[in-house]
Each structure stands twice: as structure tokens, then as C-alpha cells.
Design a binder for this molecule. Structure first.
Ligand SMILES: [Zn+2]
Length: 304
């Protein structure tokens, strides 16, 4: 980063720290294992276990780590105190059962796992894993168009190519054991380890009809609510501003689900949705500075 922008970021972060005493930083990871396996892990969503442990140390050193639902209730009720953090993991990757939960159990730290219910039986997946792990088997045109799915604003294009890619779901290696099982989820206690909603399917909700969104959230909640660890928090798949639409806020509100995004800020007050800090493969102190600076930038923009 350029020196001037790095200094500006530090200044904004310092100002945030000086003016905001009660804050909630929600961190978000996906896959955590000792070694990278290109058949199972994506460079953007994978963190080495050793680096993850360092990240946890860094968060714990400067924050009280709380269960997400308790932290959101405190924020909403105006009784959150001090620097608080919550740990979250999306997509139900089996590494959360193999490595993350055992580590957090040893450390006595709480976490929330956001789960897509459509993939729990291990016989389906969505377009992103097809592109990432079965790309070499795809026809060139489908692969080429598929790469635009993450950013497109064209709903017809999205529908056409996500369906084309999902025809190849069976070609994704280890499909039967990529995800945690319902049996594993059923053993979570809801106190230290909670389950949240991540969509029945992992689609960009902003690219889907309102009817589809309503049905998908209902199916997700229906599948997850019988687990005693389920808490009414929804992390929309992908979770960036381009992935959600006003429909979603209304539908989630009607279903009494709180929303957390992956938009890279720190929470200071009750809001329609909450920010999370993408934490895959990052240096936590650096990500925190950036998130604090992002809040400072937004506050400055709002004051104009
Ligand atoms: Zn996800």
C-alpha cells in the first residue's frame, strides 16, 4: 500500500479507537486446515491452522470473545461494553469439525457456524465449488462465463450459467464429505457453538427472485431450527453489498432473522444489518486497522 494511504488508514483507525469504546468486531473464516489441498481448498477462503491460531491469539489479546447472538443482543439493547468480538465460519466446511471446533473447545472460545442446508447430505453443491474444483472438466464457454457469475448484475445471465455449472456438481471431488454432517451439527450445544442460517442454497440472493429468496430462507430455517444450537441469525451467501437486495432485508425481518454481512466494518450500534470482517488468510491486526478505518471513512462520508 502507498505510504500516504497507509498513514491515512492508521489515522482513521486511531480516531475510531479514541471515539468508540463499545465495539463488536465479527470475524469470518471458511476453511482452516494444517495443509492446503487444491481439491478441497480455495486460496481466497483457506487459512493455515497455525495462522488461524495466531489470529485467535491476536483477537483474544485485545477483545472479549462472545457468542455472536449474545453480542448482537447486547449491541441492540445498548449494553455492549468494551472491545468485543465474535468468531464465525461460513459454508459448513468439514474443517470446522476436524480442526476449528477442537481448537476452540481447548481454548474455551465460542463460535457460530453458518450452514447451507441443501448440501448436508453430500450429494449437491453450487456453482462456485464446481468452478473452483472441477474447472478442468468444464466446456471452455461455460467456464469462461462462469467466471463472471461472482460480479454480474444480469439476473438472466446468472440463472443460465449457474445452472449450467451446477450440472457438473458430481464432478467436484469428495462431494460426499466436503461438508459437516447433520449428526455433527446435532451435537453442538448452542452455548459455546451455535448454528446460523446461510441460505438453503449458496446463491447470490440479489440475483434471485423475491419468491426464490423467500422459499430458500424458509427451507434453510426449517432444516436448521430443530438443532438446539440454531440461533436466528442469517449470513447471506457471499455477503457483499452486491449480493443482497432490499427484498432480503424485508424477508429476513419478517422471519425475525438478524443479518450479518461480509462488508468489512466494526459494529458500534443497533442496525438493520451487521458488518463482518473477512478473515481468511489475513493478518488480524492489519484487518482490524482496515475495518476501523472503513468505519471512520463511512462516518466522514455520512457527515458531509
Ligand atoms: Zn458462504
Amino acid at each position: 500500500m502507498h505510504l500516504v494511504s497507509a498513514l491515512l488508514e492508521e489515522t482513521r483507525a486511531l480516531r475510531f479507537r479514541a471515539t468508540q469504546k463499545n465495539t463488536l468486531a465479527i470475524f469470518n473464516w471458511h476453511q482452516v486446515t494444517p495443509a492446503f489441498d487444491p481439491a478441497r481448498h480455495h486460496p481466497h477462503t483457506w487459512t493455515a491452522l497455525a495462522n488461524f491460531e495466531t489470529a485467535i491469539d491476536d483477537v483474544a489479546e485485545s477483545h472479549s470473545i462472545m457468542p455472536l447472538d449474545a453480542a448482537l443482543a447486547a449491541l441492540d439493547g445498548g449494553f455492549l461494553r468494551g472491545r468485543c468480538a465474535a468468531l464465525t465460519f461460513d459454508d459448513g466446511d468439514r474443517s470446522i469439525a476436524d480442526y476449528v471446533a477442537p481448537l476452540l473447545l481447548r481454548r474455551g472460545l465460542p463460535a457460530t457456524f453458518f450452514i447451507n442446508s441443501a448440501y448436508l447430505r453430500g450429494d449437491r453443491t453450487y456453482w462456485f465449488p464446481v468452478l473452483a474444483y472441477a474447472g478442468h472438466l468444464l466446456p471452455a464457454a461455460i467456464k469462461q462465463h462462469g467466471k463472471a457469475l461472482r460480479q454480474t448484475g444480469d439476473t438472466a445471465f446468472y440463472a443460465r450459467y449457474r445452472e449450467a455449472l451446477e450440472q457438473y456438481a458430481a464432478a467436484v471431488p469428495n462431494l460426499a464429505d466436503r461438508f459437516v454432517t447433520a449428526n455433527w451439527l446435532s451435537r453442538l450445544d448452542g452455548e459455546q457453538f451455535a448454528i446460523g442460517a446461510h441460505g438453503h442454497e449458496h446463491q447470490r440472493y440479489a440475483m434471485m427472485s423475491e419468491h426464490w429468496q423467500r422459499r430458500d430462507i424458509a427451507a434453510n430455517v426449517m432444516a436448521l431450527r430443530d438443532f438446539r444450537a440454531f440461533r436466528p441469525v442469517f449470513a447471506p451467501p457471499f455477503g457483499k453489498p452486491i449480493d443482497v437486495s432490499p427484498d432480503l432485508f424485508r424477508i429476513a425481518g419478517e422471519a425475525r432473522l438478524k443479518i450479518v454481512l461480509a462488508s468489512g466494518g466494526i459494529n458500534t450500534r443497533s442496525a438493520q444489518s451487521y458488518d463482518r470482517i473477512p478473515a481468511d488468510n489475513v493478518i488480524i491486526k492489519r484487518a482490524l486497522t482496515r475495518a476501523m478505518a472503513a468505519n471512520g471513512r463511512r462516518a466522514a462520508a455520512a457527515a458531509l
